[in-house]
Design a protein around this ligand. Structure first.
Ligand code: BGC
Length: 442
């Protein structure tokens, strides 16, 4: 048997990512709490509820386990509705809560990355029109500045907004997120305001903390023509890529926002990004569908025989991850893999998914693409938005009744990767022998 180790650069960040509403529990003051109370919005009528009870203090034991498992970084998010429960009120206790987590991360030798907006909005903000309102960029920016001011002692890596494209398609193109709208024109306005909000926060954060490195976690999805010989399928793939993947980062590059067959100048967005945060999960095929106006004239699906996650949500496509990194590299910025993972309650697919995706990061590094870190989604099973608790993305599982943490074998695999600072033939043989010959061909 071949014996080899694919080593990563010294100082590479190995972590997991979480988001406030998904792990904290007891979030009473944001749009998702209201959404969860509406009938038929969430799978099985489930709620975030107590979630992983981080608000009750259980973040400490989870992050202890992460540190013991060799992780040297963690990405978490701050819940805006806690920090600013009303337009004219700041909750210093909430800021202390996050400051304490960050301090303890640093004490454990872990580098924190903090996201300021991860899908949830304060109820008061939504009542003012949310991101549809042209006041939203300034409101967000005030919150971002205040939060960075409070936390800057322990962190200088900031993600302003998580996956603006998913937020827009989820909430404004019928994707099952609040406010449950489906209107391309509104979506355009919301997307543009997220862009302005990011740009304004980007500049504000740099004033508050000159050493800050500020980016966005961009959700990048692979799209491939279902029939590569058919020009309309190739065209639709370009349309999807341009609208879903490229609209936001493209505007951050050249100040031109192009979405939904329209374009507009947002000059303040140009250059407003210090690193490229890349969230990648899967790739799918697209076929031209002339009547699918709401989905950019595309029908999207996973092909027969795909290596699918248990609920069919994700196909294991490490090759498309490589392509996503190749595309991201063109932005000529340091890249951080801010999310990558798979739902898999039984933990049968995750070990090979993890090894195969980390292997692609190693390949990318061999081309000298500037990848600085990898954050697996997620540390522990958490509330998966409109899919409720039906999908389990954690390295650790969560027993929802007792809130006990369940040790999955992927914990040990990821610990081995973090401690080795790379992947080895030995760990592949032990955890995912079925892909050994793919990673270590004769
Ligand atoms: C989001 C996470 C989510 C994950 C898995 C990403 O798009 O940023 O919040 O849990 O996907 O569904």
């Amino acid at each position: 048997m071949i014996q080899a180790v694919f080593l990563f650069p010294k100082g590479f960040l190995w972590g997991t990512a979480t988001a406030a509403h998904q792990v904290e529990g007891r979030n009473e003051n944001n749009t998702w709490r209201l959404w969860e109370e509406e009938p038929d919005r969430i799978h099985n009528g489930e709620k975030a509820g107590l979630a992983c009870d981080w608000w009750g203090g259980r973040w400490r034991e989870d992050l202890d386990r992460a540190a013991k498992a060799g992780q040297n970084a963690h990405r978490l998010s701050v819940e805006w509705s806690r920090v600013q429960p009303a337009p004219d009120r700041w909750d210093e206790g909430a800021l202390d809560f996050y400051r304490q987590i960050l301090r303890e991360l640093v004490n454990r030798g872990m580098t924190p990355v903090v996201t300021l907006h991860h899908f949830t909005d304060p109820i008061w903000f939504a009542e003012k029109g949310g991101w549809e309102s042209d006041d939203s960029p300034a409101l967000f920016s005030v919150y971002a500045n205040k939060t960075v001011e409070a936390l800057k002692e322990y962190c200088n890596l900031w993600v302003t907004i998580n996956e603006p494209n998913v937020y827009v398609s989820g909430g404004y193109l019928g994707g099952g997120f609040p406010p449950g709208k489906n209107n391309l024109k509104t979506a355009f306005g919301v997307f543009a305001n997220l862009l302005r909000g990011h740009a304004s926060a980007y500049r504000g954060i740099h004033k508050v903390q000159p050493t800050a490195r500020v980016g966005v976690a961009h959700h990048v999805r692979g799209f491939e023509p279902a029939r590569p010989w058919f020009p309309a399928d190739r065209w639709i793939v370009n349309v999807l890529h341009a609208n879903f993947n490229n609209a936001f980062p493209g505007a951050l590059q050249d100040g031109r926002f192009r979405f939904a067959f329209r374009s507009m100048s947002v000059p303040e967005a140009s250059g407003a990004q210090d690193f490229f945060g890349l969230n990648y999960y899967t790739a799918e095929q697209a076929a031209f569908a002339p009547f699918a106006k709401d989905d950019f004239f595309a029908k999207r699906f996973f092909p027969h025989g795909a290596d699918l996650s248990p609920t069919g949500f994700i196909a294991n496509r490490p090759d498309a991850f490589y392509k996503a990194m190749r595309w991201a590299e063109r932005f000529k910025l340091p890249i951080v893999i801010t999310e990558n993972g798979v739902e898999d309650a039984q933990d049968t697919l995750r070990p090979r998914y993890l090894l195969q995706h980390v292997h692609q990061v190693w390949r990318a590094l061999n081309n000298s693409w500037p990848i600085k870190g990898y954050f697996h989604w997620s540390l522990i099973d958490n509330f998966e938005w409109e899919r409720g608790w039906g999908q389990r993305f954690g390295l650790w599982g969560l027993d929802r009744e007792t809130r006990a943490r369940i040790h999955r074998k992927s914990v040990d695999l990821y610990a081995a990767i973090c401690k080795e600072n790379g992947i080895s033939s030995e760990m592949t043989e032990k955890y995912a022998p079925e892909v050994f010959s793919k990673l270590f061909p004769e």
